[in-house]
Ligand binder design. Sequence first.
Ligand code: GAP
Length: 555
Amino acid sequence: MSTESQVNRMEKIVSLCKRRGFIFQSSEIYGGLNGFWDYGPLGAELKRNVKELWWKSMTRLRDDIVGLEATIIMHPSVWKASGHVDTFSDPMSTCRSCKKLVRSDQVWDMLETTPWAEAVRSCAPGGVADREALLKWAKGKGQRLVPNFALVKDPETMLGRLSERSAEAPGSQQHLLQILCTADPSGPLSMPCPHCAGELTEPRPFNLMFKTYVGPAATEDDIAYLRPETAQAIFVQFKNVVDSSRVKVPFGICQIGKAFRNEVTPRNFTFRSREFEQMELEFFIKPDEVVQAQTGGIAKLPEGELPGQPEANWGWEMWHKYWVEERLRWYESIGLKRSSLEEYWQKPDELAHYARATVDILYKFPFGTQELEGIAARSNFDLTQHQTHSGKSMEYFDQEANLRYVPHVIEPSAGVDRLILALLAEAFEEEEVVDEKGQKEVRTVLRFHPRVAPIKAGIFPLLKNKPELVSKALEVRDLLRPLMNVFYDDGGAIGRRYRRQDEAGTPFCITIDFDTIGENGPEKKDTVTLRHRDSMKQERVRIADLPAYLLSQTS
Ligand code: GAP
Protein backbone atom coordinates (compact mmCIF):
# COMPACT_ATOMS: atom_id res chain seq x y z
CA MET A 1 0.00 0.00 0.00
CA SER A 2 1.35 3.47 -0.79
CA THR A 3 1.85 5.87 2.07
CA GLU A 4 0.73 9.47 1.97
CA SER A 5 4.28 10.65 1.31
CA GLN A 6 4.59 8.22 -1.59
CA VAL A 7 1.29 9.48 -3.05
CA ASN A 8 2.63 12.98 -2.64
CA ARG A 9 5.91 11.99 -4.32
CA MET A 10 4.00 10.50 -7.25
CA GLU A 11 1.96 13.69 -7.61
CA LYS A 12 5.17 15.71 -7.72
CA ILE A 13 6.63 13.44 -10.40
CA VAL A 14 3.48 13.73 -12.53
CA SER A 15 3.52 17.49 -12.16
CA LEU A 16 7.23 17.74 -13.03
CA CYS A 17 6.62 15.56 -16.10
CA LYS A 18 4.06 18.01 -17.39
CA ARG A 19 5.87 21.19 -16.35
CA ARG A 20 9.18 20.19 -17.92
CA GLY A 21 7.83 18.40 -20.97
CA PHE A 22 8.47 14.75 -20.19
CA ILE A 23 4.93 13.38 -20.41
CA PHE A 24 1.60 14.99 -21.34
CA GLN A 25 -1.90 13.62 -21.38
CA SER A 26 -2.84 12.65 -24.93
CA SER A 27 -5.32 15.03 -26.64
CA GLU A 28 -5.31 17.17 -23.52
CA ILE A 29 -7.04 20.16 -25.13
CA TYR A 30 -10.05 17.91 -25.77
CA GLY A 31 -10.14 16.65 -22.22
CA GLY A 32 -7.61 13.84 -22.70
CA LEU A 33 -8.14 10.20 -23.52
CA ASN A 34 -7.88 7.80 -20.61
CA GLY A 35 -4.90 5.45 -20.87
CA PHE A 36 -3.05 7.37 -23.60
CA TRP A 37 0.04 9.51 -23.01
CA ASP A 38 2.37 11.62 -25.14
CA TYR A 39 6.06 12.17 -24.54
CA GLY A 40 7.19 15.80 -24.75
CA PRO A 41 10.61 17.04 -25.86
CA LEU A 42 12.52 15.73 -22.82
CA GLY A 43 10.47 12.54 -22.55
CA ALA A 44 11.00 11.72 -26.22
CA GLU A 45 14.79 11.99 -25.79
CA LEU A 46 14.70 9.92 -22.60
CA LYS A 47 12.64 7.19 -24.27
CA ARG A 48 14.84 7.17 -27.35
CA ASN A 49 17.95 6.76 -25.19
CA VAL A 50 16.41 3.86 -23.27
CA LYS A 51 15.35 2.03 -26.42
CA GLU A 52 18.73 2.66 -28.04
CA LEU A 53 20.56 1.25 -25.00
CA TRP A 54 18.36 -1.85 -24.93
CA TRP A 55 18.81 -2.41 -28.67
CA LYS A 56 22.56 -1.95 -28.37
CA SER A 57 22.85 -4.35 -25.44
CA MET A 58 20.79 -6.97 -27.28
CA THR A 59 22.12 -6.75 -30.80
CA ARG A 60 25.30 -4.70 -31.26
CA LEU A 61 27.12 -6.02 -28.21
CA ARG A 62 26.26 -9.68 -28.85
CA ASP A 63 26.72 -12.14 -31.70
CA ASP A 64 23.69 -14.26 -30.91
CA ILE A 65 20.74 -11.85 -31.23
CA VAL A 66 19.29 -10.19 -34.32
CA GLY A 67 16.57 -7.55 -34.64
CA LEU A 68 13.15 -7.37 -36.25
CA GLU A 69 10.67 -4.61 -37.00
CA ALA A 70 7.26 -6.01 -37.82
CA THR A 71 3.87 -4.45 -38.51
CA ILE A 72 1.40 -3.60 -35.78
CA ILE A 73 -1.51 -5.16 -37.65
CA MET A 74 -0.98 -8.77 -38.64
CA HIS A 75 -3.10 -11.54 -40.09
CA PRO A 76 -5.93 -12.19 -37.59
CA SER A 77 -5.03 -15.90 -37.56
CA VAL A 78 -1.87 -14.96 -35.64
CA TRP A 79 -4.01 -14.04 -32.65
CA LYS A 80 -6.19 -17.11 -32.98
CA ALA A 81 -3.07 -19.31 -32.94
CA SER A 82 -1.46 -17.46 -30.06
CA GLY A 83 -4.59 -17.84 -27.94
CA HIS A 84 -5.25 -14.10 -27.67
CA VAL A 85 -8.64 -14.20 -29.42
CA ASP A 86 -9.96 -16.81 -27.00
CA THR A 87 -8.20 -16.08 -23.75
CA PHE A 88 -6.59 -12.63 -23.67
CA SER A 89 -9.14 -11.13 -21.34
CA ASP A 90 -9.50 -9.53 -17.95
CA PRO A 91 -12.47 -10.07 -15.65
CA MET A 92 -14.70 -7.03 -15.75
CA SER A 93 -17.65 -5.88 -13.65
CA THR A 94 -20.07 -3.02 -14.14
CA CYS A 95 -21.50 -0.95 -11.33
CA ARG A 96 -25.28 -1.32 -11.22
CA SER A 97 -25.56 2.27 -9.92
CA CYS A 98 -22.96 4.50 -11.60
CA LYS A 99 -22.45 2.15 -14.60
CA LYS A 100 -18.64 2.47 -14.43
CA LEU A 101 -16.54 -0.50 -15.55
CA VAL A 102 -14.01 -1.94 -13.12
CA ARG A 103 -11.48 -4.75 -13.40
CA SER A 104 -12.93 -7.26 -10.99
CA ASP A 105 -9.52 -8.51 -9.83
CA GLN A 106 -8.44 -4.98 -8.91
CA VAL A 107 -11.44 -3.99 -6.83
CA TRP A 108 -9.89 -4.74 -3.44
CA ASP A 109 -6.64 -3.05 -4.37
CA MET A 110 -8.52 0.04 -5.46
CA LEU A 111 -10.56 0.03 -2.26
CA GLU A 112 -7.34 0.14 -0.21
CA THR A 113 -6.95 3.80 -1.12
CA THR A 114 -10.58 4.83 -1.60
CA PRO A 115 -11.64 7.42 1.00
CA TRP A 116 -15.18 6.07 1.58
CA ALA A 117 -13.85 2.52 2.10
CA GLU A 118 -11.15 3.82 4.42
CA ALA A 119 -13.85 5.57 6.43
CA VAL A 120 -15.91 2.36 6.73
CA ARG A 121 -12.84 0.35 7.69
CA SER A 122 -11.99 2.87 10.40
CA CYS A 123 -15.46 2.17 11.87
CA ALA A 124 -14.61 -1.55 11.92
CA PRO A 125 -11.08 -1.92 13.28
CA GLY A 126 -9.78 -5.47 12.70
CA GLY A 127 -13.01 -6.27 10.84
CA VAL A 128 -15.13 -5.91 14.00
CA ALA A 129 -17.92 -3.41 13.37
CA ASP A 130 -18.47 -0.49 15.71
CA ARG A 131 -22.19 -0.23 14.99
CA GLU A 132 -22.59 3.22 16.54
CA ALA A 133 -19.75 4.63 14.48
CA LEU A 134 -21.06 3.03 11.26
CA LEU A 135 -24.56 4.38 11.87
CA LYS A 136 -23.24 7.87 12.53
CA TRP A 137 -21.09 7.79 9.38
CA ALA A 138 -23.94 6.37 7.24
CA LYS A 139 -26.31 9.12 8.35
CA GLY A 140 -23.68 11.85 8.08
CA LYS A 141 -20.64 11.92 5.80
CA GLY A 142 -21.68 8.73 3.99
CA GLN A 143 -24.78 10.50 2.59
CA ARG A 144 -22.58 13.02 0.84
CA LEU A 145 -19.75 10.68 -0.20
CA VAL A 146 -21.57 7.54 -1.41
CA PRO A 147 -25.36 7.89 -1.61
CA ASN A 148 -25.50 4.64 -3.68
CA PHE A 149 -24.10 2.56 -0.79
CA ALA A 150 -26.76 0.19 0.59
CA LEU A 151 -25.59 1.00 4.13
CA VAL A 152 -26.23 4.70 3.49
CA LYS A 153 -29.62 4.12 1.85
CA ASP A 154 -30.94 1.96 4.67
CA PRO A 155 -28.54 1.91 7.64
CA GLU A 156 -30.75 0.06 10.15
CA THR A 157 -31.56 -2.84 7.80
CA MET A 158 -27.96 -3.18 6.62
CA LEU A 159 -26.56 -3.11 10.16
CA GLY A 160 -29.09 -5.81 11.07
CA ARG A 161 -27.81 -7.85 8.13
CA LEU A 162 -24.29 -7.36 9.42
CA SER A 163 -25.22 -8.91 12.78
CA GLU A 164 -26.75 -11.91 10.98
CA ARG A 165 -23.88 -12.57 8.57
CA SER A 166 -20.65 -11.32 10.11
CA ALA A 167 -19.97 -14.72 11.73
CA GLU A 168 -19.49 -16.20 8.22
CA ALA A 169 -16.02 -14.62 7.96
CA PRO A 170 -15.20 -13.07 11.32
CA GLY A 171 -12.71 -10.21 11.28
CA SER A 172 -12.72 -9.83 7.50
CA GLN A 173 -13.11 -6.24 6.35
CA GLN A 174 -13.73 -7.39 2.77
CA HIS A 175 -16.62 -9.56 3.89
CA LEU A 176 -17.97 -6.66 5.93
CA LEU A 177 -17.92 -4.32 2.91
CA GLN A 178 -19.62 -6.99 0.82
CA ILE A 179 -22.44 -7.43 3.33
CA LEU A 180 -22.92 -3.68 3.62
CA CYS A 181 -23.16 -3.10 -0.14
CA THR A 182 -25.50 -6.00 -1.04
CA ALA A 183 -29.12 -4.84 -0.95
CA ASP A 184 -30.78 -8.16 -1.82
CA PRO A 185 -30.49 -10.58 1.14
CA SER A 186 -31.47 -13.63 -0.94
CA GLY A 187 -28.69 -13.45 -3.56
CA PRO A 188 -24.91 -13.90 -3.32
CA LEU A 189 -22.83 -11.09 -1.85
CA SER A 190 -21.68 -8.44 -4.34
CA MET A 191 -18.42 -6.53 -4.46
CA PRO A 192 -18.69 -2.80 -3.85
CA CYS A 193 -17.93 -0.34 -6.64
CA PRO A 194 -14.77 1.57 -5.68
CA HIS A 195 -16.23 4.72 -7.25
CA CYS A 196 -19.69 4.96 -5.66
CA ALA A 197 -20.07 1.93 -3.31
CA GLY A 198 -22.91 0.59 -5.47
CA GLU A 199 -23.08 -3.12 -6.32
CA LEU A 200 -20.83 -4.61 -9.01
CA THR A 201 -22.09 -7.25 -11.42
CA GLU A 202 -20.52 -10.73 -11.50
CA PRO A 203 -17.13 -10.69 -13.29
CA ARG A 204 -17.23 -11.49 -17.00
CA PRO A 205 -14.29 -11.80 -19.40
CA PHE A 206 -13.46 -8.77 -21.51
CA ASN A 207 -11.04 -9.27 -24.43
CA LEU A 208 -8.32 -6.64 -24.33
CA MET A 209 -7.47 -6.52 -28.01
CA PHE A 210 -8.40 -3.41 -29.99
CA LYS A 211 -10.30 -4.31 -33.14
CA THR A 212 -10.19 -2.57 -36.47
CA TYR A 213 -11.11 -3.38 -40.09
CA VAL A 214 -8.73 -3.88 -42.96
CA GLY A 215 -10.08 -2.51 -46.26
CA PRO A 216 -13.25 -0.58 -47.03
CA ALA A 217 -15.86 -3.32 -46.63
CA ALA A 218 -15.69 -3.40 -42.82
CA THR A 219 -17.46 -6.75 -42.49
CA GLU A 220 -16.87 -9.41 -39.84
CA ASP A 221 -14.39 -11.03 -42.24
CA ASP A 222 -12.27 -7.87 -42.33
CA ILE A 223 -11.67 -7.68 -38.60
CA ALA A 224 -8.04 -7.29 -37.58
CA TYR A 225 -6.40 -6.49 -34.27
CA LEU A 226 -3.83 -3.99 -33.08
CA ARG A 227 -1.13 -6.23 -31.64
CA PRO A 228 -1.34 -6.66 -27.86
CA GLU A 229 2.36 -7.68 -27.73
CA THR A 230 5.26 -7.53 -30.14
CA ALA A 231 6.32 -11.12 -29.43
CA GLN A 232 4.04 -12.96 -31.85
CA ALA A 233 5.58 -11.31 -34.91
CA ILE A 234 8.91 -12.81 -33.87
CA PHE A 235 7.45 -16.32 -33.82
CA VAL A 236 5.65 -15.75 -37.09
CA GLN A 237 8.89 -14.60 -38.79
CA PHE A 238 11.07 -17.22 -37.10
CA LYS A 239 11.57 -19.26 -40.28
CA ASN A 240 12.34 -16.24 -42.45
CA VAL A 241 14.98 -15.04 -40.00
CA VAL A 242 16.60 -18.48 -39.78
CA ASP A 243 16.61 -18.83 -43.57
CA SER A 244 17.97 -15.34 -44.24
CA SER A 245 20.55 -14.88 -41.45
CA ARG A 246 23.45 -17.00 -40.27
CA VAL A 247 21.89 -17.66 -36.88
CA LYS A 248 22.21 -20.98 -35.05
CA VAL A 249 20.26 -22.15 -32.01
CA PRO A 250 20.79 -20.87 -29.34
CA PHE A 251 20.03 -17.41 -30.71
CA GLY A 252 17.52 -14.63 -30.19
CA ILE A 253 15.31 -12.27 -32.17
CA CYS A 254 14.39 -8.99 -30.54
CA GLN A 255 11.97 -6.24 -31.30
CA ILE A 256 10.91 -2.85 -29.94
CA GLY A 257 7.50 -1.53 -30.81
CA LYS A 258 4.04 -0.37 -29.92
CA ALA A 259 1.49 -2.66 -28.33
CA PHE A 260 -2.16 -1.95 -27.58
CA ARG A 261 -4.44 -3.27 -24.86
CA ASN A 262 -7.89 -1.97 -24.16
CA GLU A 263 -7.24 -2.04 -20.42
CA VAL A 264 -10.43 -1.92 -18.34
CA THR A 265 -8.93 0.43 -15.80
CA PRO A 266 -5.78 2.25 -16.94
CA ARG A 267 -4.02 3.36 -13.75
CA ASN A 268 -1.06 4.93 -12.08
CA PHE A 269 -0.06 7.48 -14.71
CA THR A 270 1.63 5.64 -17.60
CA PHE A 271 2.02 2.36 -15.68
CA ARG A 272 -1.05 0.73 -17.19
CA SER A 273 -1.76 2.40 -20.51
CA ARG A 274 -3.84 1.39 -23.48
CA GLU A 275 -1.09 2.19 -25.97
CA PHE A 276 2.45 1.44 -24.86
CA GLU A 277 5.78 0.16 -26.08
CA GLN A 278 7.49 -3.13 -25.45
CA MET A 279 11.07 -4.32 -25.81
CA GLU A 280 10.89 -8.08 -26.28
CA LEU A 281 13.39 -10.80 -26.88
CA GLU A 282 12.60 -14.36 -27.91
CA PHE A 283 15.71 -16.39 -27.20
CA PHE A 284 15.48 -19.77 -28.93
CA ILE A 285 17.20 -22.73 -27.29
CA LYS A 286 17.57 -26.45 -27.86
CA PRO A 287 15.04 -28.70 -26.14
CA ASP A 288 16.57 -30.30 -23.05
CA GLU A 289 16.47 -33.79 -24.65
CA VAL A 290 18.71 -32.54 -27.46
CA VAL A 291 21.17 -30.94 -25.00
CA GLN A 292 21.18 -34.17 -22.99
CA ALA A 293 21.85 -36.29 -26.08
CA GLN A 294 24.61 -33.99 -27.30
CA THR A 295 26.49 -33.27 -24.08
CA GLY A 296 25.55 -36.21 -21.89
CA GLY A 297 23.96 -34.10 -19.15
CA ILE A 298 22.14 -30.87 -18.32
CA ALA A 299 23.99 -28.28 -16.23
CA LYS A 300 22.55 -27.56 -12.79
CA LEU A 301 23.13 -24.32 -10.95
CA PRO A 302 24.35 -24.77 -7.38
CA GLU A 303 22.09 -23.02 -4.86
CA GLY A 304 22.96 -19.33 -4.49
CA GLU A 305 25.26 -19.15 -7.53
CA LEU A 306 24.87 -17.06 -10.67
CA PRO A 307 24.88 -18.69 -14.12
CA GLY A 308 28.04 -17.08 -15.67
CA GLN A 309 28.69 -17.42 -19.41
CA PRO A 310 26.60 -19.76 -21.61
CA GLU A 311 27.78 -23.37 -22.02
CA ALA A 312 26.78 -26.10 -24.45
CA ASN A 313 25.19 -28.16 -21.66
CA TRP A 314 22.69 -25.48 -20.62
CA GLY A 315 19.04 -26.52 -20.58
CA TRP A 316 16.09 -24.15 -20.25
CA GLU A 317 16.58 -23.62 -16.51
CA MET A 318 20.11 -22.26 -16.85
CA TRP A 319 19.13 -20.07 -19.80
CA HIS A 320 16.18 -18.73 -17.88
CA LYS A 321 18.33 -17.82 -14.86
CA TYR A 322 20.95 -16.36 -17.18
CA TRP A 323 18.41 -13.99 -18.70
CA VAL A 324 17.04 -12.94 -15.32
CA GLU A 325 20.57 -11.98 -14.26
CA GLU A 326 21.37 -10.27 -17.58
CA ARG A 327 18.27 -8.17 -17.38
CA LEU A 328 18.86 -7.16 -13.75
CA ARG A 329 22.39 -6.15 -14.67
CA TRP A 330 21.12 -4.08 -17.58
CA TYR A 331 18.67 -2.21 -15.35
CA GLU A 332 21.55 -1.42 -13.00
CA SER A 333 23.66 -0.17 -15.92
CA ILE A 334 21.06 2.49 -16.68
CA GLY A 335 20.60 3.67 -13.12
CA LEU A 336 18.07 1.47 -11.30
CA LYS A 337 19.60 0.29 -8.05
CA ARG A 338 19.34 -3.43 -7.25
CA SER A 339 17.70 -2.44 -3.98
CA SER A 340 14.86 -0.80 -5.97
CA LEU A 341 14.24 -4.04 -7.88
CA GLU A 342 12.77 -7.36 -6.78
CA GLU A 343 12.49 -10.77 -8.40
CA TYR A 344 9.16 -12.49 -8.13
CA TRP A 345 9.16 -16.18 -9.10
CA GLN A 346 5.61 -17.07 -10.07
CA LYS A 347 4.15 -19.97 -8.12
CA PRO A 348 3.13 -23.11 -10.05
CA ASP A 349 -0.58 -22.21 -9.86
CA GLU A 350 0.11 -18.70 -11.22
CA LEU A 351 1.99 -19.87 -14.31
CA ALA A 352 0.41 -19.74 -17.77
CA HIS A 353 -0.32 -23.31 -18.88
CA TYR A 354 2.58 -23.34 -21.36
CA ALA A 355 5.14 -21.65 -19.07
CA ARG A 356 7.69 -23.70 -17.17
CA ALA A 357 8.82 -20.76 -15.07
CA THR A 358 8.20 -17.01 -15.05
CA VAL A 359 10.09 -14.39 -13.12
CA ASP A 360 8.68 -10.91 -12.84
CA ILE A 361 11.20 -8.17 -12.32
CA LEU A 362 9.43 -5.72 -10.05
CA TYR A 363 10.26 -2.10 -9.35
CA LYS A 364 9.41 -0.30 -6.14
CA PHE A 365 7.18 2.41 -7.64
CA PRO A 366 5.81 5.09 -5.30
CA PHE A 367 2.36 3.46 -5.70
CA GLY A 368 3.65 -0.02 -4.82
CA THR A 369 6.06 -2.72 -5.96
CA GLN A 370 4.93 -3.68 -9.46
CA GLU A 371 6.03 -5.50 -12.60
CA LEU A 372 8.55 -3.91 -14.91
CA GLU A 373 9.39 -6.95 -16.98
CA GLY A 374 8.41 -10.60 -17.21
CA ILE A 375 10.93 -13.31 -18.08
CA ALA A 376 9.15 -16.50 -19.10
CA ALA A 377 10.36 -19.93 -20.13
CA ARG A 378 7.62 -20.62 -22.69
CA SER A 379 8.70 -24.10 -23.90
CA ASN A 380 7.96 -24.49 -27.64
CA PHE A 381 4.34 -23.51 -27.23
CA ASP A 382 4.22 -20.51 -29.56
CA LEU A 383 6.14 -21.98 -32.49
CA THR A 384 4.12 -25.18 -32.24
CA GLN A 385 0.85 -23.23 -32.21
CA HIS A 386 1.84 -21.35 -35.37
CA GLN A 387 3.00 -24.57 -36.98
CA THR A 388 -0.40 -26.15 -36.28
CA HIS A 389 -2.49 -23.16 -37.36
CA SER A 390 -0.49 -22.15 -40.45
CA GLY A 391 0.38 -25.65 -41.61
CA LYS A 392 3.99 -24.42 -42.09
CA SER A 393 6.83 -26.26 -40.39
CA MET A 394 8.57 -24.34 -37.63
CA GLU A 395 11.23 -26.99 -37.26
CA TYR A 396 14.85 -26.02 -37.18
CA PHE A 397 17.54 -28.28 -38.60
CA ASP A 398 20.36 -28.52 -36.10
CA GLN A 399 23.52 -29.41 -38.02
CA GLU A 400 25.54 -30.23 -34.91
CA ALA A 401 22.91 -32.61 -33.59
CA ASN A 402 21.87 -33.69 -37.10
CA LEU A 403 18.19 -33.54 -36.27
CA ARG A 404 15.11 -31.38 -36.56
CA TYR A 405 13.19 -29.89 -33.69
CA VAL A 406 10.95 -26.98 -32.74
CA PRO A 407 13.15 -24.80 -30.50
CA HIS A 408 12.10 -23.78 -27.02
CA VAL A 409 12.15 -20.16 -25.98
CA ILE A 410 13.06 -17.85 -23.11
CA GLU A 411 11.22 -14.54 -23.31
CA PRO A 412 12.40 -11.40 -21.50
CA SER A 413 9.60 -8.92 -22.15
CA ALA A 414 9.93 -5.35 -20.88
CA GLY A 415 7.67 -2.31 -21.06
CA VAL A 416 9.37 0.90 -22.20
CA ASP A 417 6.83 3.20 -20.57
CA ARG A 418 7.00 1.43 -17.22
CA LEU A 419 10.76 1.70 -17.37
CA ILE A 420 10.58 5.41 -18.12
CA LEU A 421 8.31 5.80 -15.09
CA ALA A 422 10.73 3.75 -12.96
CA LEU A 423 13.66 5.88 -14.11
CA LEU A 424 11.77 9.06 -13.26
CA ALA A 425 10.78 7.70 -9.84
CA GLU A 426 14.34 6.55 -9.14
CA ALA A 427 15.85 9.87 -10.25
CA PHE A 428 13.44 12.30 -8.60
CA GLU A 429 14.76 14.06 -5.53
CA GLU A 430 14.09 17.25 -3.64
CA GLU A 431 16.99 18.38 -1.50
CA GLU A 432 17.70 21.41 0.61
CA VAL A 433 20.67 23.39 -0.62
CA VAL A 434 22.19 26.80 0.14
CA ASP A 435 22.31 29.23 -2.77
CA GLU A 436 25.13 31.65 -3.62
CA LYS A 437 23.61 34.26 -1.26
CA GLY A 438 23.60 31.80 1.62
CA GLN A 439 19.80 31.29 1.45
CA LYS A 440 18.35 27.82 1.92
CA GLU A 441 16.27 26.55 -0.99
CA VAL A 442 14.81 23.31 -2.23
CA ARG A 443 16.53 21.93 -5.31
CA THR A 444 14.47 19.59 -7.49
CA VAL A 445 16.80 17.27 -9.30
CA LEU A 446 16.41 14.26 -11.55
CA ARG A 447 19.47 12.13 -10.92
CA PHE A 448 19.32 10.23 -14.21
CA HIS A 449 22.22 8.03 -15.14
CA PRO A 450 24.14 10.06 -17.76
CA ARG A 451 23.44 7.27 -20.28
CA VAL A 452 19.70 7.89 -20.23
CA ALA A 453 19.64 11.63 -19.47
CA PRO A 454 17.71 13.47 -22.21
CA ILE A 455 20.23 16.33 -22.29
CA LYS A 456 23.84 15.41 -21.65
CA ALA A 457 25.23 18.91 -21.14
CA GLY A 458 23.91 22.44 -20.72
CA ILE A 459 26.12 25.07 -22.33
CA PHE A 460 26.04 28.60 -20.93
CA PRO A 461 27.87 31.81 -21.78
CA LEU A 462 28.34 33.60 -18.44
CA LEU A 463 26.76 36.76 -19.89
CA LYS A 464 24.58 36.98 -22.94
CA ASN A 465 25.52 40.55 -23.77
CA LYS A 466 29.23 39.77 -24.21
CA PRO A 467 29.69 38.72 -27.86
CA GLU A 468 33.06 37.00 -27.17
CA LEU A 469 31.47 34.78 -24.51
CA VAL A 470 28.45 34.03 -26.68
CA SER A 471 30.48 33.12 -29.75
CA LYS A 472 32.81 30.89 -27.71
CA ALA A 473 29.80 29.16 -26.11
CA LEU A 474 28.27 28.56 -29.54
CA GLU A 475 31.60 27.11 -30.66
CA VAL A 476 31.51 24.64 -27.74
CA ARG A 477 27.90 23.78 -28.58
CA ASP A 478 28.86 23.11 -32.20
CA LEU A 479 31.79 20.96 -31.09
CA LEU A 480 29.56 18.75 -28.93
CA ARG A 481 26.26 18.65 -30.73
CA PRO A 482 27.18 16.10 -33.40
CA LEU A 483 28.14 13.76 -30.55
CA MET A 484 25.29 14.12 -28.06
CA ASN A 485 22.20 16.11 -27.15
CA VAL A 486 23.31 19.43 -25.64
CA PHE A 487 21.27 22.48 -24.72
CA TYR A 488 22.41 26.07 -25.16
CA ASP A 489 20.98 28.51 -22.62
CA ASP A 490 21.89 32.15 -22.11
CA GLY A 491 18.80 33.26 -20.15
CA GLY A 492 18.96 34.46 -16.53
CA ALA A 493 21.49 34.05 -13.74
CA ILE A 494 23.82 31.06 -13.91
CA GLY A 495 22.29 29.62 -10.71
CA ARG A 496 18.83 29.65 -12.31
CA ARG A 497 20.20 27.97 -15.42
CA TYR A 498 21.77 25.23 -13.29
CA ARG A 499 18.45 24.65 -11.52
CA ARG A 500 16.59 24.34 -14.81
CA GLN A 501 19.05 21.68 -15.97
CA ASP A 502 18.87 19.90 -12.58
CA GLU A 503 15.12 19.52 -13.09
CA ALA A 504 15.68 18.16 -16.59
CA GLY A 505 18.20 15.66 -15.23
CA THR A 506 21.18 17.06 -17.18
CA PRO A 507 24.33 15.56 -15.65
CA PHE A 508 26.80 18.28 -16.76
CA CYS A 509 26.75 22.03 -17.27
CA ILE A 510 29.49 23.92 -19.04
CA THR A 511 30.02 27.62 -18.42
CA ILE A 512 32.06 29.79 -20.74
CA ASP A 513 33.48 32.68 -18.73
CA PHE A 514 36.17 35.33 -18.89
CA ASP A 515 38.90 32.78 -18.22
CA THR A 516 37.76 30.87 -21.31
CA ILE A 517 38.31 33.83 -23.60
CA GLY A 518 41.74 34.51 -22.09
CA GLU A 519 40.90 37.69 -20.16
CA ASN A 520 42.64 36.40 -17.02
CA GLY A 521 45.81 35.12 -18.57
CA PRO A 522 46.81 32.58 -21.22
CA GLU A 523 46.98 29.52 -18.92
CA LYS A 524 43.20 29.37 -18.45
CA LYS A 525 42.34 30.28 -22.03
CA ASP A 526 40.14 27.68 -23.75
CA THR A 527 39.13 26.06 -20.47
CA VAL A 528 35.56 26.02 -19.13
CA THR A 529 33.80 25.37 -15.84
CA LEU A 530 32.29 21.89 -15.80
CA ARG A 531 29.61 21.57 -13.15
CA HIS A 532 28.46 18.13 -11.97
CA ARG A 533 24.72 17.84 -11.30
CA ASP A 534 24.81 15.45 -8.35
CA SER A 535 27.67 16.85 -6.29
CA MET A 536 27.24 20.41 -7.68
CA LYS A 537 31.07 20.48 -7.70
CA GLN A 538 32.80 22.48 -10.40
CA GLU A 539 36.10 21.85 -12.11
CA ARG A 540 38.16 23.51 -14.82
CA VAL A 541 38.39 21.46 -18.02
CA ARG A 542 40.04 22.14 -21.39
CA ILE A 543 37.54 22.53 -24.21
CA ALA A 544 39.59 20.06 -26.25
CA ASP A 545 39.09 17.40 -23.54
CA LEU A 546 35.29 17.83 -23.33
CA PRO A 547 34.21 15.45 -26.14
CA ALA A 548 36.18 12.45 -24.88
CA TYR A 549 35.26 13.06 -21.24
CA LEU A 550 31.54 13.54 -21.87
CA LEU A 551 31.34 10.59 -24.24
CA SER A 552 33.02 8.35 -21.68
CA GLN A 553 30.38 9.33 -19.12
CA THR A 554 27.27 9.27 -21.29
CA SER A 555 27.65 6.26 -23.56
N1 GAP B 1 4.96 -11.23 -24.64
C1 GAP B 1 4.76 -11.29 -23.23
C2 GAP B 1 4.02 -10.16 -22.71
O1 GAP B 1 3.52 -9.31 -23.43
P1 GAP B 1 3.23 -9.08 -20.46
O2 GAP B 1 3.66 -9.38 -19.07
O3 GAP B 1 1.79 -9.06 -20.77
O4 GAP B 1 4.01 -10.14 -21.36
C3 GAP B 1 5.25 -7.50 -20.84
O5 GAP B 1 3.87 -7.70 -20.89
C4 GAP B 1 5.57 -6.13 -20.32
O6 GAP B 1 4.87 -5.13 -21.07
C5 GAP B 1 5.12 -5.89 -18.87
O7 GAP B 1 6.08 -6.37 -17.95
C6 GAP B 1 5.02 -4.39 -18.83
O8 GAP B 1 6.28 -3.79 -18.63
C7 GAP B 1 4.55 -4.05 -20.24
N2 GAP B 1 3.08 -3.83 -20.24
C8 GAP B 1 2.12 -4.77 -20.31
N3 GAP B 1 0.90 -4.20 -20.28
C9 GAP B 1 1.11 -2.86 -20.18
C10 GAP B 1 0.24 -1.72 -20.10
N4 GAP B 1 -1.07 -1.84 -20.16
N5 GAP B 1 0.79 -0.50 -19.99
C11 GAP B 1 2.14 -0.35 -19.96
N6 GAP B 1 3.00 -1.39 -20.04
C12 GAP B 1 2.50 -2.63 -20.14
